[in-house]
Write a protein that binds this ligand. Structure first.
Ligand code: G6P
Length: 608
């Protein structure tokens, strides 16, 4: 899990492009950063522990003007964050940056050490530099890379330089993301397009098992076995502005406030109102097969997993299809019982989460139909699933996922209507769900009107060490997501629990210092939720209730109340999660934490 950037061109701006790219990729990891630039006569490497700003300070003005360079921002896997473990790694005249994990590095390291190689870091990545260097005794730069790759096992995106060939950059991809940006007389390669879009919208996605050999004028792509590949250029519709904060204090806050728009974007062009039907272009090819599906298994991680849990309630109640949700990391190692009649649906913002990708590959092997709900266009999961639906939520930069979540829920509603209408859902029901769904963006805006109150409540509760998040039915998954959010951002220990299950044990924890956030919309289980609040109050626990506008009675029992507008029960999660995102955000801000890049986390976990 790291961010890598490479630059080759004619404009002497390697240093500046690389540094800017690193800042944009910082969400992928920020344990250390490093850069290597070179010209005909010299090579310079800079490294710093911590964020890219530390590297920037180190480089200051001492960086040569250069036409070629590589850079890296690290999320530690092998070896602690340190200067020695920071990339780029070097052996002889070979310099490289790596994202991924080299599974057989210990064996390779031993073999190379026996041949006299000395290692400076504890990383798996350094081994690849030595291996290429070893082959370079016999072969030229390009062939050395190809030979080395035959020995390397694992996941890797690599950008490699040779001091004797400052006109050449070699880029490799195998199971870790890599994009090439094509501009006038320069190329920028990066882990994702956010480091590229400010320079060019023309991109080429490398596939697994491909090598790109690049010079300042041109490049070509071949497979590991040497077969030339013609790659198609794509035009990105993400502009530079979308990736900036636009005046908000943090990306997370900006992304929370983007939700009316991102939900609208998820629905755009996908509703046929008169037929009470969803139109999902990405599913056209498998439409017939979907009619025969008897079961759905959703695989995902983190926030995307919580979206899947909501999907289970929707798909079972309204499409009538038995649905299960699995942590992708569990699915991949169990013996999943899936077959032709099962659709395995991956939900992933990044489309690169290693566990989710592995789960999809396993499902494919077992003959299941694989589907995706993915935000990052052309990401690996998007490409490897049989069919799917894009979120169109734009780049999500804050590590904690917000707008991608409500976008995922919106698409799950569309999918439910789509599959439901293929089966028993009535025209009236289809119309009703879709017309209410279209009102959600406005209703999210109404919740923002209460932002000041939510901020005040967040401040008040940020002093506690632990909290419960309780919900029933459609809002049980939202309790889990709310608890996840506050853990991620404000480091408060929180448990997301089904309200009804609380009395079977966890209630023992309740006292005046253990508050609960209770999700209490006016739905079919409202009365039962009120009983839960009473049970907590009877044990001196404090309660923040999130209730539907008009539920005045709740003010008499809860300590604090936040209101959300009325909607269909199945759509309440789309509104309920908004105050929880804001609570987590403001609790984190109150405690002075870096909410966009919380400790120990990474935006996209491309390792196991
Ligand atoms: C990481 C992120 C989470 C995210 C999860 C799944 O753990 O920190 O915010 O929900 O990965 O990511 P995905 O890109 O697959 O949705």
């Amino acid at each position: 899990m790291c961010g890598i950037v490479g630059y080759i061109g004619k404009n002497n701006r390697a240093g500046e492009v690389l540094l800017d790219g690193l800042k944009r990729l910082e969400y992928r990891g920020y344990d250390s950063a490093g850069m290597c630039v070179m010209d005909e006569d010299r090579q310079q490497t800079f490294k710093a522990i911590g964020k890219v700003s530390m590297l920037e300070k180190k480089i200051a003005k001492s960086c040569v003007e250069s036409n070629i360079g590589i850079a890296h921002t690290r999320w530690a896997t092998h070896g602690k964050p340190s200067i020695k473990n920071a990339h780029p790694h070097t052996s002889g005249k070979i310099h490289l940056v790596h994202n991924g994990i080299i599974e057989n590095y210990q064996q390779l390291k031993q073999d190379l050490a026996n041949k006299g190689h000395k290692f400076y870091s504890q990383t798996d990545s350094e081994v690849v530099a030595h291996l290429i260097d070893e082959y370079n005794k016999k072969y030229d730069f390009e062939d050395s890379v190809t030979h080395a790759l035959t020995e390397v096992r694992g996941a890797y995106a690599l950008v490699i330089l040779h001091e004797d060939e400052p006109q050449k950059m070699i880029v490799v991809r195998n199971s870790s993301p890599l994009v090439i940006g094509v501009a006038d007389s320069e190329f920028i390669v990066a882990s994702d397009a956010s480091a590229i879009i400010q320079h060019t919208s023309r991109v080429v996605y490398l596939d697994d098992g491909e090598i790109a050999v690049m010079t300042p004028d041109t490049y070509y792509v071949k497979t590991f076995s040497g077969k030339n590949k013609r790659k198609k250029e794509q035009i990105l519709d993400w502009n530079d502005e979308q990736a900036k904060k636009e005046g908000y204090a943090h990306f997370m806050l900006k992304e929370i406030f983007e939700q009316p728009e991102s939900v609208s974007d998820a629905l755009r062009g996908r509703i046929i109102a008169k037929d009470g039907m969803a139109k999902l272009g990405g599913l056209t090819e498998v439409e017939k097969q979907l009619r025969t599906i008897e079961r759905i298994v959703i695989v995902s991680c983190g926030t995307s997993y919580c979206a899947g849990l909501v999907g289970e309630y929707m798909l079972e109640e309204y499409a009538g299809i038995p649905t299960e949700v699995e942590y992708a990391s569990e699915f991949r190692y169990r013996k999943p019982l899936v077959d032709k009649k099962t659709a395995v649906l991956a939900i992933s913002q990044s489309g690169e989460t290693a566990d989710t990708l592995a789960a999809i590959r396993e499902a494919k092997n077992k003959g299941a139909l694989t589907l995706g709900i993915v935000n990052a266009v052309s990401s690996t999961i998007a490409r490897e699933t049989d069919a799917g639906v894009y979120n169109h939520a734009g780049p999500e930069i804050a590590v904690a996922s917000t707008k991608a979540f409500t976008s995922q829920l919106s698409i799950l509603v569309l999918l439910t209507v789509f599959l439901g209408r293929q089966r028993n859902m009535s025209l009236t029901m289809g119309k009703r769900i879709l017309s209410e769904l279209q009102r959600i963006p406005k209703k999210i805006d109404q919740i923002f009107e209460g932002e000041k109150d939510i901020k005040r409540i967040a401040k008040k509760y940020s002093k506690y060490d632990s909290m419960f998040y309780l919900g029933r039915k459609y809002n049980f998954p939202i309790a889990v997501e709310g608890a996840l959010k506050i853990k991620e951002i404000s480091y408060i220990h929180a448990e997301g629990y089904p309200s009804g299950e609380m009395k079977h044990g966890p209630i023992a924890l309740i006292d005046k210092d253990f508050p609960s956030v209770v999700l209490a919309p006016k739905d079919s289980v409202y009365e039962k939720t009120i009983s839960t609040i009473e049970e907590i109050k009877a044990r001196s626990g404090k309660v923040v209730a999130i209730a539907t506008v008009g539920s005045k009675d709740i003010e008499n029992i809860a300590n604090d109340v936040i209101y959300i507008p009325k909607t269909l029960e199945m759509l309440t999660p789309l509104l309920m999660v908004i105050p929880l995102q804001l609570l987590a955000y403001y609790a984190g801000v109150t405690k002075g934490y870096d909410v966009d890049q919380p400790r120990n986390l990474a935006k996209s976990v491309t390792v196991e």
